[in-house]
Design a protein around this ligand. Sequence first.
Ligand SMILES: Cc1cc2nc3c(=O)[nH]c(=O)nc-3n(C[C@H](O)[C@H](O)[C@H](O)COP(=O)(O)OP(=O)(O)OC[C@H]3O[C@@H](n4cnc5c(N)ncnc54)[C@H](O)[C@@H]3O)c2cc1C
Length: 326
Amino acid sequence: MSKDVLVFIECKDSMPRKASLELLSAGRQIAAKFSSGLSAVLIGSGVKRAADVVNAYSDKTIVVDDEALTDYGWDTTSSVLQDIVKKYGPMIVLGTSSMTGKDLFPRLAVRFEAAMISDAVGFDFEGDGLKIKKPLYGGKVISWIAPGTDAMLMATFRPNSFAVSEPGQKGEIIEEQANIRKNPGIKVISFKKGESKKVDLQEADFIICGGRGMKAAEHFSLLEDIGDIMGGRVGASRTVVDSKWRDYDDQIGKSGKTVSPKLYIGCGISGALHHIMGMDTSKVIVAINKDPNAPIFQYADYGIVDDLFTVLPALKDELKESREES
Ligand SMILES: Cc1cc2nc3c(=O)[nH]c(=O)nc-3n(C[C@H](O)[C@H](O)[C@H](O)COP(=O)(O)OP(=O)(O)OC[C@H]3O[C@@H](n4cnc5c(N)ncnc54)[C@H](O)[C@@H]3O)c2cc1C
């Protein structure tokens, strides 16, 4: 059976997100293994611009560009994606484990009676099939899930799970008209866009994350300075967000964002499972905590047992100096 792969592309400022290009690169390997086609779908307003970039990674780029799709809608966007999946008949549909992906994919999986695997971090092949890697219990268990070979698979992957491959030969761009169906039962009254940060938290290669040990909102400027030097982002624990020291947009963990940066530094974070679940697939984890028994040290590659108000200013000076020298 042909196993065509379709990747749902997310855009920022009308350009594809890096996480979506990662998925196209992974999708290419899956399509090659099954000798099938790789398509991408762009749904939104002004997304046509992104098609030229996406097209260098896919055989087909399906574009549904409509003003009515300016903001993501659980009803509108999903109705359009449903029609595209129905029309093109992929067996594997991939998306990012973002807020949008987490909302959209389970809805679609129910409608198609597809196998649904969320928050995955890798894949491999076994026999004729595919198996998907998914961490559980804050990374304490790594599960490999093999979906049935006859069922459609819908899977979302954490950003930074795959490298972006070199762009290849340009594929075909297909424009489709949207048959947008709004659910009359629920009316969205307003959207409040968060402050736009330089680097998206889920796509950042470097994250410095502050917990309750930071003691006050104003101390986060230390983390901002280090984040700027490293070209990364500041994250926060839920305690910090609940204390209104940082926006919800910065929250990492079970009820916040899932991140997989190349380097995560946790400062004054105890390492509660709800937090660990959002960052355990970071490539290198460094923890700074004055309590040697803090659970975060069980997950850290490097641990610094000290007062963060001593360590962070020294770290900032060292980084600044080494950047100035290079
Ligand atoms: C349903 C549910 C969902 C949740 N979702 C999330 C989530 O998405 N994200 C999340 O983060 N949490 C989440 N939580 C909360 C989570 O369980 C923890 O309560 C929270 O992560 C603790 O935050 P913290 O590590 O900042 O604070 P604490 O646990 O209070 O830890 C503070 C740490 O700072 C250290 N410290 C203090 N001063 C210093 C200093 N000067 N120098 C160095 N170290 C210092 C202390 O030793 C301590 O280890 C959730 C909870 C529930 C019930």
